[in-house]
Design a protein around this ligand. Structure first.
Ligand code: V47
Length: 363
């Protein structure tokens, strides 16, 4: 029996989804243009359930933003500061280790490390950070440095991207977070982040990591000046890259937060668009195992609902995120395991605690 769609344009997409046929760029545009959110969510949920049943993943993790000093000056970022800004900070290695030491008693399985592009820190700072944390918490997975940071570190170290990743891997790097991809459109980047690593550079780092056996995530920052076509182009480029190297684990759409950025007059994203982005990602990225709703950015309540709109992961405890909160996020700094379980169970899903690479944790 065919489901009912308010939007007639979704019927042919239903046939494709059921037949497990790949959706085209044009289909992506149809999905983004559709006002039938429940219809799009229904399609995304078919894929979600095919892949994961009613399982919903979360992780016991800690975020560590070692420095906000950044030479890139992206318009959409409230986190990055110039070195002379009164709000600029850089943690010393002992401060970083102290942050980790403070939580040694907690069953943290991942430390997520992201920072700005610092003009003065030596490559040894990054290696020592990984080595030091690994020594303190040997069992913890270090998901560190976006592709943008890796390319910057390669320049700093005078090494190829592959050799840089190899050195970081030997020091303890476990995988790369998905940040820095923004939107691959040249039009958007020339306006919002002209100094940032190019899309080709971002994809090259990710794919080099994959070839070295390092998994990576991918993101898309939405809700600023990008068009629907540019969103679809972004997803298609990620899908193409995944076909080639297969090392992407999770895709995370990132909702733009305007406060304290150089785009303060843009409106916040809406619940409709937040759910839509997750659902369309689930449908277009047929070769990505996981779609994550980052509750820090869209709020715990919407992250919970997204479990019926294509997402199978709501990230985790997080603990002290800075990038979104400096851009005005009103969400809490952390959630407890009990709160995560409550959100997932109320949504009719089965909570599964995972590690970074989605191995199931026995907790
Ligand atoms: O690359 C910057 C984004 C990213 C703003 O891999 C903003 O699991 C919204 O990479 N409003 C960094 N977003 C965060 C990141 C991340 C987050 C969660 C999970 C994972 C993962 C990765 O934050 C940046 C940029 O795209 N960002 N400013 C802003 N005002």
């Amino acid at each position: 029996m065919q489901p009912f769609f308010q939007d007639q344009a979704l019927f042919p997409l239903y046939d494709k989804v059921v037949a497990q046929e790949r959706l085209s760029g044009e289909d992506g545009i149809t999905l983004y243009r559709s006002r039938d959110l429940l219809g799009v969510g229904y399609l995304a949920n078919l894929v979600r359930e095919r892949l994961h049943g009613r399982r919903a993943y979360y992780i016991y993790n800690q975020h560590l933003n070692y420095s906000n000093v950044c030479v890139n000056g992206c318009q959409f970022c409230a986190f990055g500061k110039t070195a002379d800004d009164p709000e600029a900070y850089t943690m010393t290695l002992s401060e970083i280790l102290e942050k980790v030491r403070e939580r040694l008693e907690e069953p943290i399985s991942e430390i997520h490390i992201v920072g700005g592009l610092h003009p003065d820190l030596p490559f040894s700072y990054y290696l020592d950070m990984l080595r030091g944390i690994r020594e303190l918490r040997p069992g913890v997975h270090l998901q560190a440095f976006t592709a943008v940071e890796i390319a910057y570190l390669a320049d700093l170290a005078g090494l190829s991207v592959a050799d840089t990743l190899q050195e970081l891997k030997e020091a303890g790097l476990g995988s790369l977070p998905g940040g820095g991809a923004e939107v691959f459109s040249a039009r958007v980047r020339s306006s919002l982040c002209p100094k940032k690593l190019s899309p080709e550079g971002w994809l090259k780092v990710a794919q080099t990591a994959h070839r070295l056996g390092l998994k990576t995530n991918a993101t898309m920052l939405y809700g600023h000046m990008e068009t629907v076509a540019e969103r679809v182009e972004h997803l298609m480029r990620l899908r193409q890259a995944q076909d080639e190297t297969g090392g992407f684990v999770t895709f995370i759409p990132l909702a733009f937060h305007p406060k304290n950025t150089r785009l303060p007059d843009l409106p916040e994203t809406t619940g409709f668009d937040d759910l839509k982005n997750l659902a369309v990602a689930r449908l277009m990225l047929d070769n990505f195992p996981h779609i994550k709703a980052f509750w820090i950015m869209i709020g715990p309540k919407l992250a919970q609902l997204s479990l019926a709109f294509g997402a199978d992961d709501i990230d985790g405890t997080v603990i002290e995120e800075k990038i979104t909160h400096m851009a005005g996020a009103q969400t809490p700094m952390s959630l407890t395991r009990a709160q995560l379980l409550h959100l997932i169970e109320e949504a009719g899903c089965e909570p599964v605690e995972r590690d970074t690479l989605y191995n199931v944790m026995n907790s």
